[in-house]
Design a protein around this ligand. Sequence first.
Ligand SMILES: N[C@@H](CCC(=O)N[C@@H](CS)C(=O)NCC(=O)O)C(=O)O
Length: 211
Amino acid sequence: MTITVHHLENSRSQRILWLLEELGLDYEVKRYERDKKTMLAPPELARIHPLGKSPVIEDGEAEGQVIAETGAIVEYLVARADGRLGAPNTVDGQLRYRHFLHYAEGSMMPPLLVILVLDQLGLLGRPAKKPMLEMMAGHLRWLESELASRDWFAGEDFTAADVMMSFPLEAARARAGLDERYPHILDWLERIHARPAYQAALTRGGPYAYG
Ligand SMILES: N[C@@H](CCC(=O)N[C@@H](CS)C(=O)NCC(=O)O)C(=O)O
Protein backbone atom coordinates (compact mmCIF):
# COMPACT_ATOMS: atom_id res chain seq x y z
CA MET A 1 0.00 0.00 0.00
CA THR A 2 1.37 3.34 -0.98
CA ILE A 3 0.83 7.04 -0.53
CA THR A 4 -1.31 8.79 -3.14
CA VAL A 5 -0.63 12.49 -3.72
CA HIS A 6 -3.49 14.46 -5.24
CA HIS A 7 -1.36 16.93 -7.12
CA LEU A 8 -2.56 20.09 -8.84
CA GLU A 9 -0.32 21.31 -11.67
CA ASN A 10 1.78 24.41 -10.96
CA SER A 11 1.03 24.42 -7.28
CA ARG A 12 2.20 24.12 -3.72
CA SER A 13 1.78 20.37 -3.87
CA GLN A 14 5.04 20.12 -5.83
CA ARG A 15 6.69 20.36 -2.40
CA ILE A 16 5.06 17.13 -1.28
CA LEU A 17 6.38 15.23 -4.30
CA TRP A 18 9.82 16.66 -3.59
CA LEU A 19 9.72 15.69 0.09
CA LEU A 20 8.59 12.16 -0.79
CA GLU A 21 11.54 11.88 -3.18
CA GLU A 22 13.95 13.18 -0.52
CA LEU A 23 12.58 10.67 2.00
CA GLY A 24 12.61 7.80 -0.51
CA LEU A 25 9.00 6.87 0.31
CA ASP A 26 6.91 5.00 -2.21
CA TYR A 27 4.12 7.11 -3.71
CA GLU A 28 1.84 7.56 -6.67
CA VAL A 29 0.69 10.82 -8.19
CA LYS A 30 -2.84 11.62 -9.26
CA ARG A 31 -2.54 14.74 -11.40
CA TYR A 32 -5.21 17.45 -11.72
CA GLU A 33 -5.27 20.31 -14.21
CA ARG A 34 -6.35 23.83 -13.35
CA ASP A 35 -9.38 25.38 -15.07
CA LYS A 36 -7.82 27.39 -17.92
CA LYS A 37 -9.95 30.49 -17.22
CA THR A 38 -10.26 30.63 -13.44
CA MET A 39 -7.04 28.74 -12.62
CA LEU A 40 -9.02 26.97 -9.88
CA ALA A 41 -8.77 23.27 -9.13
CA PRO A 42 -11.24 20.93 -10.87
CA PRO A 43 -14.30 19.74 -8.86
CA GLU A 44 -12.91 16.17 -8.60
CA LEU A 45 -10.48 17.34 -5.94
CA ALA A 46 -13.40 18.16 -3.62
CA ARG A 47 -14.32 14.47 -3.70
CA ILE A 48 -11.04 13.70 -1.97
CA HIS A 49 -11.31 16.51 0.61
CA PRO A 50 -14.23 18.98 0.93
CA LEU A 51 -11.96 22.03 0.57
CA GLY A 52 -11.06 20.95 -2.98
CA LYS A 53 -7.47 22.21 -2.66
CA SER A 54 -4.13 20.61 -3.26
CA PRO A 55 -2.04 19.06 -1.79
CA VAL A 56 -4.02 16.22 -0.27
CA ILE A 57 -2.59 12.80 0.38
CA GLU A 58 -4.12 9.40 1.11
CA ASP A 59 -2.03 6.92 3.00
CA GLY A 60 -2.80 3.34 2.05
CA GLU A 61 -0.85 2.11 5.07
CA ALA A 62 -3.01 4.14 7.44
CA GLU A 63 -6.40 2.84 6.27
CA GLY A 64 -6.55 5.40 3.46
CA GLN A 65 -6.31 8.31 5.89
CA VAL A 66 -6.84 11.63 4.01
CA ILE A 67 -4.51 14.45 5.04
CA ALA A 68 -4.73 18.04 3.78
CA GLU A 69 -2.67 21.21 4.36
CA THR A 70 0.96 21.25 3.21
CA GLY A 71 2.54 21.84 6.63
CA ALA A 72 0.48 19.07 8.23
CA ILE A 73 1.36 16.68 5.40
CA VAL A 74 5.05 17.56 5.73
CA GLU A 75 4.99 16.84 9.48
CA TYR A 76 3.09 13.59 8.84
CA LEU A 77 5.59 12.38 6.23
CA VAL A 78 8.63 13.28 8.34
CA ALA A 79 7.14 11.30 11.24
CA ARG A 80 6.35 8.39 8.91
CA ALA A 81 10.02 8.40 7.82
CA ASP A 82 11.16 8.11 11.47
CA GLY A 83 11.99 11.80 11.76
CA ARG A 84 14.31 12.02 8.76
CA LEU A 85 14.71 15.62 7.52
CA GLY A 86 12.97 16.74 10.69
CA ALA A 87 14.13 19.25 13.29
CA PRO A 88 17.84 19.50 14.13
CA ASN A 89 19.12 18.43 17.58
CA THR A 90 19.74 21.89 18.98
CA VAL A 91 17.09 23.95 20.78
CA ASP A 92 17.71 26.89 18.42
CA GLY A 93 17.49 24.61 15.41
CA GLN A 94 14.23 23.10 16.62
CA LEU A 95 12.69 26.52 17.10
CA ARG A 96 13.83 27.66 13.66
CA TYR A 97 12.52 24.45 12.09
CA ARG A 98 9.08 24.93 13.64
CA HIS A 99 9.08 28.63 12.79
CA PHE A 100 9.80 28.14 9.09
CA LEU A 101 7.42 25.21 8.80
CA HIS A 102 4.59 27.57 9.84
CA TYR A 103 5.97 30.81 8.41
CA ALA A 104 5.93 29.58 4.80
CA GLU A 105 2.13 29.28 4.57
CA GLY A 106 1.19 31.51 7.52
CA SER A 107 3.23 34.66 6.82
CA MET A 108 4.72 34.53 3.34
CA MET A 109 1.93 33.12 1.22
CA PRO A 110 -0.82 35.65 2.14
CA PRO A 111 0.97 38.73 0.70
CA LEU A 112 2.11 36.68 -2.30
CA LEU A 113 -1.48 35.72 -2.99
CA VAL A 114 -2.58 39.36 -2.72
CA ILE A 115 0.14 40.32 -5.24
CA LEU A 116 -1.09 37.59 -7.61
CA VAL A 117 -4.65 38.97 -7.43
CA LEU A 118 -3.44 42.57 -7.88
CA ASP A 119 -1.48 41.51 -10.96
CA GLN A 120 -4.65 40.01 -12.40
CA LEU A 121 -6.46 43.34 -11.87
CA GLY A 122 -3.95 45.11 -14.14
CA LEU A 123 -4.07 48.91 -13.88
CA LEU A 124 -6.70 48.77 -11.15
CA GLY A 125 -4.40 46.78 -8.92
CA ARG A 126 -1.37 49.02 -9.35
CA PRO A 127 -1.86 51.47 -6.41
CA ALA A 128 -2.05 48.64 -3.91
CA LYS A 129 0.87 46.74 -5.38
CA LYS A 130 3.62 49.07 -4.13
CA PRO A 131 2.82 48.67 -0.41
CA MET A 132 2.47 44.92 -0.88
CA LEU A 133 5.90 44.75 -2.56
CA GLU A 134 7.34 46.77 0.33
CA MET A 135 5.85 44.27 2.75
CA MET A 136 7.44 41.45 0.77
CA ALA A 137 10.79 43.28 0.77
CA GLY A 138 10.65 43.22 4.58
CA HIS A 139 10.28 39.44 4.48
CA LEU A 140 13.03 39.05 1.88
CA ARG A 141 15.51 41.25 3.78
CA TRP A 142 14.99 39.17 6.89
CA LEU A 143 15.27 35.85 5.03
CA GLU A 144 18.44 37.09 3.30
CA SER A 145 20.00 37.85 6.71
CA GLU A 146 18.97 34.41 7.98
CA LEU A 147 20.61 32.62 5.05
CA ALA A 148 23.71 34.80 5.34
CA SER A 149 24.46 33.11 8.66
CA ARG A 150 23.87 29.43 7.76
CA ASP A 151 23.31 27.21 4.72
CA TRP A 152 19.74 26.05 5.38
CA PHE A 153 16.71 27.52 7.08
CA ALA A 154 16.78 25.41 10.25
CA GLY A 155 20.55 25.03 10.58
CA GLU A 156 23.62 23.54 8.92
CA ASP A 157 21.65 20.65 7.40
CA PHE A 158 18.88 20.49 4.84
CA THR A 159 15.48 19.80 6.49
CA ALA A 160 11.79 19.69 5.61
CA ALA A 161 11.68 23.40 6.58
CA ASP A 162 13.62 24.08 3.37
CA VAL A 163 11.03 22.13 1.42
CA MET A 164 8.26 24.26 2.94
CA MET A 165 10.09 27.49 2.10
CA SER A 166 10.61 26.56 -1.55
CA PHE A 167 7.21 27.51 -2.93
CA PRO A 168 6.91 31.01 -1.40
CA LEU A 169 10.46 31.86 -2.44
CA GLU A 170 9.96 30.51 -5.95
CA ALA A 171 6.76 32.55 -6.19
CA ALA A 172 8.56 35.62 -4.80
CA ARG A 173 11.18 35.27 -7.53
CA ALA A 174 8.47 35.02 -10.17
CA ARG A 175 6.36 37.97 -9.05
CA ALA A 176 7.40 39.72 -5.86
CA GLY A 177 10.83 41.29 -6.21
CA LEU A 178 13.20 38.47 -5.28
CA ASP A 179 16.24 39.36 -7.39
CA GLU A 180 20.02 39.86 -7.17
CA ARG A 181 19.61 42.13 -4.13
CA TYR A 182 19.18 38.88 -2.19
CA PRO A 183 22.19 36.76 -3.20
CA HIS A 184 21.96 34.26 -0.33
CA ILE A 185 18.32 33.46 -1.12
CA LEU A 186 19.14 33.06 -4.83
CA ASP A 187 22.04 30.78 -3.93
CA TRP A 188 19.70 28.71 -1.71
CA LEU A 189 17.23 28.45 -4.62
CA GLU A 190 20.01 27.24 -6.91
CA ARG A 191 21.09 24.64 -4.36
CA ILE A 192 17.59 23.25 -3.85
CA HIS A 193 16.96 23.09 -7.60
CA ALA A 194 20.20 21.14 -8.09
CA ARG A 195 19.12 18.38 -5.70
CA PRO A 196 18.39 15.12 -7.56
CA ALA A 197 15.20 14.60 -5.53
CA TYR A 198 13.92 18.04 -6.57
CA GLN A 199 14.49 17.18 -10.23
CA ALA A 200 12.92 13.72 -9.84
CA ALA A 201 9.82 15.33 -8.31
CA LEU A 202 9.55 17.69 -11.30
CA THR A 203 9.49 14.68 -13.62
CA ARG A 204 6.77 13.00 -11.55
CA GLY A 205 4.65 16.16 -11.15
CA GLY A 206 4.39 17.54 -14.67
CA PRO A 207 3.94 21.26 -15.38
CA TYR A 208 5.58 23.50 -12.74
CA ALA A 209 6.33 27.07 -13.74
CA TYR A 210 8.57 27.94 -10.79
CA GLY A 211 11.33 25.31 -10.76
N1 LIG B 1 -2.51 26.47 2.94
C1 LIG B 1 -2.98 25.44 2.05
C2 LIG B 1 -3.34 26.09 0.72
C3 LIG B 1 -3.93 25.12 -0.27
C4 LIG B 1 -4.19 25.81 -1.59
O1 LIG B 1 -4.73 26.93 -1.66
N2 LIG B 1 -3.79 25.16 -2.70
C5 LIG B 1 -3.90 25.74 -3.99
C6 LIG B 1 -2.74 25.26 -4.85
S1 LIG B 1 -1.39 26.37 -4.94
C7 LIG B 1 -5.15 25.26 -4.69
O2 LIG B 1 -5.54 24.12 -4.55
N3 LIG B 1 -5.74 26.14 -5.53
C8 LIG B 1 -6.81 25.79 -6.38
C9 LIG B 1 -8.14 26.30 -5.91
O3 LIG B 1 -8.19 27.07 -4.94
O4 LIG B 1 -9.14 25.93 -6.53
C10 LIG B 1 -1.87 24.39 1.90
O5 LIG B 1 -0.72 24.75 2.03
O6 LIG B 1 -2.18 23.22 1.66
